[in-house]
Design a protein around this ligand. Structure first.
Ligand code: 2YY
Ligand code: ZN
Length: 373
C-alpha cells in the first residue's frame, strides 16, 4: 500500500474521529500520518531545543506517550551545525529519536536570544549569543537547515510580530511573513511523509489574520501554525484571537498553536479548534521545582513537603510517583541534585501527555472537557 504521506493529508487520512462536544463544536481529534509515525491529535510536543528534551532520555520521553518532539533551527545551526548533523545521519539518528520531529524555523529564537540583529527583506542577520560570530537566517537557509536536520515537519521562516504592535507595524510584519512564506515554500523539498507548515501572523487584528491566512492557504502547506501569540498578550486576548483565527485555516489540515501553554490554555485552545501544541513549561518549570498535579501546581521546594512521605500523585505511573515521595523530591531539588530535575521533568511530561490523552478521549466520546486539571 502506498506510504501515506504528510504532504497530502488526504481527507480520509485525517479522520476526524468524532464530532466534538456540541458546546465547542470546533474541538477535533485526529491522526497525522508521517514518515516517522503517527501523531494523535490534539497533541503536545515536548521541547527538545538542542536535540535533547532536557533531563530526559528519548526512550523515557517515549514512555510518557509523546508522539513528536520539537527542536530548534537557531540553536542547532550554531552548535553543532546543520551540515555536521546531516553528515552524522540527521537529527533523528544523532539524538536517537525515531518518531516525528518538528523544528521551529529560527526567527522567533533569533529575536529572543541573539544580540545585535538586523532584519532585511533577505532575512535576519545576527550575532551568535554564544561567541558573537555573524550568521544570517533567511527563508531559504532556514528551510535548507531543517532539511539537513531531517525534520519531519519543517516550519516556514516567519517574523513573530511582537506584542503590543500598532496596526501598521502588525500589517507590515505580516506582509513580510507572507513574502517569506512564499520563499520558504519554494525552497521546501517535498517528500512523501514530510511536511511544511505555514505560520500566520497579524497580531490581534482580525483583518490582518485573515489576509495572512489567505496568503498562506494559496501556498498549500501541509499544516498551519498560528504564530504571534503567547508573546505577553495574556490568555484573554489570546482566546479572543483564537475565537476566529483557527476557522480561517483549512479544516482538514493540522492547526498548531506555537509556544502554548499551561493546561488551561491548551484546553481553551483545543475547544477553539487547535490540534498541536509545544511549550517549555512542563520541562522548564519541572527543573525549577514546579510539579503539575490534579491537586494544582506543587512547588516542591516549599518546606511543607520536607517530611511529606506521599507521592506527587498516588495514581501516576511515572517513576517519581511510583518510587519516590515528595520529601525526597523536595530534598533533591533543594540540593540541586540532577535526579531531582529528571524526576520532576518526567512527572510533568507524563502529566501533560495524560491531559492530552483525556482530551482526545473526551472528544472521541463527544463529551465536554471543561475540566481544568
Ligand atoms: N516561528 C515562530 N515561533 C514561535 C514560537 C513561539 N513561542 C511562543 N511563546 C513561548 C512562550 C513561553 C516562553 C517561555 C516560557 C517559560 O520560560 O516558562 C513559557 C512560555 N510564542 C511563539 C510564537 C512563534 C512565532 O510566531 N513564530
Ligand atoms: Zn508522576
Amino acid at each position: 500500500e502506498k506510504e501515506v504521506s504528510i504532504t497530502k493529508f488526504p481527507a480520509d487520512e485525517r479522520k476526524i474521529i468524532a464530532k466534538a462536544h456540541d458546546k465547542y463544536k470546533k474541538a477535533r481529534a485526529g491522526i497525522i500520518n508521517t514518515r516517522h509515525g503517527q501523531i494523535h491529535t490534539p497533541a503536545f510536543m515536548p521541547v527538545g531545543t538542542k536535540g535533547t528534551v532536557k533531563a530526559m532520555l528519548p526512550e523515557s520521553v517515549q514512555t510518557t506517550g509523546a508522539d513528536i518532539i520539537l527542536g530548534n533551527t537557531y540553536h542547532l545551526m550554531l552548535q553543532p551545525g546543520a551540515k555536521r548533523v546531516f553528515k552524522l545521519g540527521g537529527l533523528h539518528k544523532f539524538m536517537n529519536w525515531s518518531k516525528p520531529l518538528l523544528t521551529d524555523s529560527g526567527g522567533f529564537q533569533v529575536m529572543s536570544l541573539s544580540k545585535l540583529r538586523k532584519i532585511t527583506e533577505e532575512g535576519v542577520i545576527f550575532n551568535s549569543h554564544i561567541d558573537g560570530s555573524k550568521f544570517m537566517l533567511s527563508p531559504e537557509s532556514s528551510t535548507e537547515i531543517q532539511y539537513l536536520l531531517g525534520s519531519t515537519i519543517t516550519m516556514a521562516f516567519d517574523e513573530c510580530t511582537p506584542y503590543p504592535s500598532t496596526y501598521e507595524q502588525a500589517k507590515s510584519s505580516m506582509e513580510l511573513t507572507s513574502r517569506w512564506a512564499k520563499r520558504s515554500r519554494k525552497a521546501f523539498y517535498s517528500r512523501d511523509g514530510y511536511g511544511q507548515f505555514g505560520i500566520i501572523q497579524g497580531s490581534i487584528y482580525n483583518d490582518l489574520r485573515l489576509k495572512s491566512a489567505l496568503d498562506l492557504i494559496e501556498l498549500d502547506f501541509e499544516g498551519y501554525a498560528i504564530g504571534g501569540l503567547a508573546v505577553g498578550e495574556g490568555q484573554e486576548l489570546m482566546f479572543k484571537v483564537l475565537d476566529y483565527a483557527p476557522d480561517l485555516l483549512p479544516i482538514n489540515k493540522p492547526r498548531y498553536l506555537m509556544g502554548v501553554g499551561k493546561p488551561a490554555d491548551i484546553i481553551g485552545a483545543v475547544q477553539r479548534g487547535i490540534d498541536m501544541f509545544d511549550c517549555v513549561i512542563p520541562t522548564r518549570s519541572g527543573r525549577n521545582g514546579q510539579a503539575f498535579t490534579k491537586y494544582g501546581v506543587v512547588n516542591i521546594r516549599n518546606s511543607k513537603y520536607k517530611e511529606d512521605n506521599t507521592p506527587l500523585e498516588e495514581d501516576c505511573l511515572c517513576p517519581a510517583c511510583k518510587n519516590y515521595t515528595k520529601a525526597y523530591l523536595h530534598y533533591l531539588v533543594k540540593v540541586k541534585e540532577i535526579l531531582g530535575a529528571m524526576l520532576m521533568t518526567w512527572h510533568n511530561l507524563m502529566y501533560f501527555q495524560k491531559l492530552m490523552l483525556r482530551i482526545r478521549e473526551y472528544i472521541a466520546q463527544g463529551k465536554d472537557f471543561d475540566f481544568i486539571s
